[in-house]
Design a binder for this molecule. Structure first.
Ligand code: PPE
Length: 304
């Protein structure tokens, strides 16, 4: 992560190194906070935030789900993100991380009296799973951890606490020599990656699991929209691990991961063991959109 000049905290731009919290910050102890991950790309017309409105809306939806009252409106939060990018002089693509959290002042689990704080950081961030991963595909392990069950957590919220599950799965996969984890739900069907949505391609049909146990991914929605425009059939249905093993292609999507091909899952080579043709087409189409090269999708970009 490359340090920037300032971070937006509760309405003010503060120097990067001074964006601090008290040790009794409620979220730090009990995990109720919500965040977003949004990218801004260096287009030919300057820096542009991809799907700012959708990410900001999901941030507020996450807060609603976890009973946190945002002190800022959708419009104010959007303006803050734009202000932050204008104030910092970024030389390359940027990742934005808004966080609504419970601050210092109340201890104990009953959280509604804790002060609500908002911070937005932005930094230059390259490819999430490596440049080589984007081109050649990555090796993935199905996790021994089931994805957070809907019986006890709320996966539609991009909530801080949901990421302990992701973190443990990621650690396990890396420790085992893989690059990313793929989590099953508590019934054994594919849920999502530790921080990505998952797709397979079989006989030219693109398949992705429904959102029963996963985040409603904005990148997934974009890729589906692109795939349908390109004439592909897209199915939203459950996928089992053995179907993944025999898929022609597989890939992850996410704001950070963008469109990352998967070349191996649990020592089974997927397709030809490299980025497949459908994945490559979708990946190219995705980059055309985020870099402002596809006018049909211009409405998804907020130029700074
Ligand atoms: N599932 C999970 C669990 C998830 O965290 C993400 C994003 C997605 C799906 C894809 O959602 P979307 O970005 O709307 O397409 N993960 C973020 C966190 C990455 C991180 O390590 O931090 C991201 O991609 O920004």
């Amino acid at each position: 992560m490359k340090q920037a000049d300032t971070i937006w905290m509760n309405g003010k731009l503060v120097p990067w190194n001074e964006a601090k919290v008290h040790i009794l910050t409620h979220t730090l102890h009990y995990g109720n906070g919500v965040f977003e991950g949004t990218r801004a790309y260096k287009t030919d017309r300057g820096l542009a935030i991809f799907r700012l409105r959708d990410h900001t809306r999901r941030l507020l939806d996450s807060a609603k789900i976890t009973m946190i009252k945002s002190p800022y409106t959708l419009e104010e939060l959007e303006a803050a993100q734009i202000e932050l990018l204008r104030a910092n002089h970024f030389g390359s693509n940027v990742y934005l991380r808004p966080l609504i959290y419970l601050g210092y002042g109340v201890m104990g689990l009953y959280h509604v009296n804790a002060p609500v704080e908002v911070a937005i950081a932005a930094w230059e961030w390259g490819s999430y799973l490596g440049d080589e991963g984007l081109q050649k595909g990555i090796r993935v392990k199905i996790s021994s951890f089931a994805r957070n069950s809907v019986k006890s957590t709320m996966g539609k919220a991009k909530a801080v606490a949901n990421y302990l599950n992701s973190q443990m799965a990621k650690f396990e996969a890396i420790e085992a020599g893989y690059e990313e984890a793929l989590l099953l739900d508590d019934e054994g069907f594919i849920a999502e990656g530790s921080g990505e949505c998952f797709f397979i391609v079989r006989d030219g049909v693109i398949v992705t699991p429904p959102h029963d146990n996963s985040l409603e991914s904005i990148t997934q929605a974009t890729v589906i929209e692109l795939a349908e425009k390109l004439g592909y059939t897209v199915e939203f249905r459950r996928i089992t691990r053995d179907e993944v093993y025999i898929a022609d292609e597989a890939f992850f999507t996410g704001t950070a991961a963008e469109v990352t091909p998967v070349r191996e899952v649990d020592a089974r080579t997927i397709g030809e063991g490299k980025r497949g043709p459908v994945t490559e087409r979708l990946q190219r189409a995705y980059f055309d959109v985020v870099y402002g090269r596809n006018e049909d999708f211009g409405h998804y970009l907020t130029y700074i």
